[in-house]
Design a protein around this ligand. Sequence first.
Ligand SMILES: Nc1nc2c(c(=O)[nH]1)N[C@H]1C(S)=C(S)[C@@H](COP(=O)(O)O)O[C@H]1N2
Ligand SMILES: [Mo]
Length: 505
Amino acid sequence: MNPDFPLWLRATHLINFVLIGMLLRSGWEMLSSMPRLWWSNDCAPGKEWLKFTKRELPKEEGVYTSLMDEKSLSPLIALPGRENIGLGRHWHGLSVMLWVLNGLVYVVLLFATGLWRRLIPTSWDVFPEAFETLKMYLSFNVPSIEHFQPYDALQMLGYSFVIFILAPFMILTGVAMAPAIRARFPWYVKLWGGHQGARSLHFIAMVLMSGFIVMHVGLVFLVHPKYNLVHMVFGDVEPARFAQAFVIVIATIVAVLVFWVALSYWTLADRARAHSILVPLTEIGRKIFLNRLRPTNSAPGNFTEDDISEFHWTNGLPPTEEESADWVRMREQDFAGYEIVLADDIGGTEKKVTLDEIRSLPQASYIAVHTCMQGWSATSRWTGAKLTDVLGLLGPRPAGARYVLIDSFGLAQKMYDNRPREPFYAVIDLETAEEEGTILSYERNGRPLDIHLGAPARLRVESNHGYKMVKWVRSIRWIADYRDYGDGRGGTREDSALQAFNGRI
Ligand SMILES: Nc1nc2c(c(=O)[nH]1)N[C@H]1C(S)=C(S)[C@@H](COP(=O)(O)O)O[C@H]1N2
Ligand SMILES: [Mo]
C-alpha cells in the first residue's frame, strides 16, 4: 500500500526547508546592504515606508553613498553576513534556481499522482470549514484527529495559498528586480510599481512566508504531534514509532540549522573561493534566462519627463586631491583640458580624445531607471555618445577584442582584502558594449553631469546594475580577456565585493 506521504513528497519537503532557509538568510544579507524600503522610485531621504536603521539620510545629494548605508548582520542570521552583498546575491541566485527546480518536481508529481486533490480545495465549503477550525485554534482548542484526512480545510487553504500564490508571487517580484528584465520588458517592472514596488512587495511576501513557516512548524509540534511527526518521517501512521520519529525530526532540524550557519562561515573563511565556486553555478541560470535578453532599444517612450526623479543616490564619491590630482586640476578648469584615453590593448595602440570630440559624435539620449544592486533606484534622462562610436574614434574594433574595460580617475571605495585602494574599473562584454543604451554620458536631465555623478563623463549601461557604470572615466580599452586585469573577475565591484561579472541580475 502506498504511504500517505510518499517518499518524493517527504524528500521535496525537506529540500524545500533547506532552500527556503538559504533564500531567507541571503535575502536578509541583501536587505542589510540598504536597510530601507520605498514605494516611490526616487528613493528620496525621508520617504521610506520602512527602515531598519537609525541613520538619518542627508537631504543633500552626493555626500553620502549607498555603501555607507550597509549594516553588518551576524553570520548566524544572514548568508553570509558581515556586509557581503555580492556573495549573498550569489547564494540567493543558486538557492532560487534549486528551489524553483524542486518546486517544479513537487508540483508535477502532485498532479501526476492525483495527490493535488487533498491539497487544492474544490468546494466553496472550504471557507466556512476553515473558519470553524480557525475559531477553534483561537480558543486554544484542537480539532480531533479524525478531522484531518490528511489535511483539513484550513491547511488546504494555507498550503494552496503558499504553494500556488505566495511562492509564484515571490518569483515574479524577484524577477522584476533584474536589470536584464527591466531593460527588455520595462512594462513588466511598471506592473509591480517599479523597482521599489517590486522590492517592497518581495519583502512583504518574505514576511508572510516567514510567518507561515513559524506557524506551520509550530502547529506540527502542537497539534497531534504523534500523528504528524510519524507521518512526516515514515510517511504513514504508526504511533509506535513516535519516539523514533521525534528524534529524527529534531536531529534533522538541528542538522539543517548547523548547515545554514556552516554555509556562512565557509563563505567568510575564503570569500574568493566561495566566489569561484558560486559564480559558475549561478552563471548557468543567467545564461539560460537573462544574458540573452537584449534591451528594447533603451526603452524610449516607456518613461516620460514626469518620471524623472527629484533625488538621485550616489555610490562612490568624486576623486580627492590625493586620489587624483589630475582630475581635481581638470575640474578646477571646468574640464577644459579633459581627455579620455582610448586604447587597443591587443595591438598596443592608444589615442587621447577630448570632450569636444566626444560631443560631436551622434547623440544618444533616453530616460531610464538606474538601479544599484544594493536596492535604490532613480530615473533620469541620460545623454551622451554610444560607447562603440567613442571607440570608433580609435579605429575599427581590433580582431581578438572580446571585452571593453572602462576605468576611472576615482579609486574603489574599499578593497575586500584591505590592500591600498585601486582605480575603479568595470568590464563589459561585446554584446553589452554594442547595446543602444550603452553610452558614454556627459549630460543628465539636460545639464552637464554633476560632479558626484561622474563629471565630465561616465558610463551608462541600460541592461546592468549601477556598479558597471564607471564615473569620472579615465580610459576605455578593447581587451581580449578580463582575467588579465585587476583580480581577474571583471571589475572592481566583482574583485572587491565579489559580485558576478555579468551584472544582469
Ligand atoms: N568611479 C566610480 N564609479 C562608480 C562607482 C564608484 O565607486 N566609483 N560606484 C558604482 C556603483 S556601485 C553605482 S550603483 C553607480 C552609482 O551611480 P551614481 O553615483 O551616479 O548614482 O556608480 C558606479 N560607478
Ligand atoms: Mo551600486
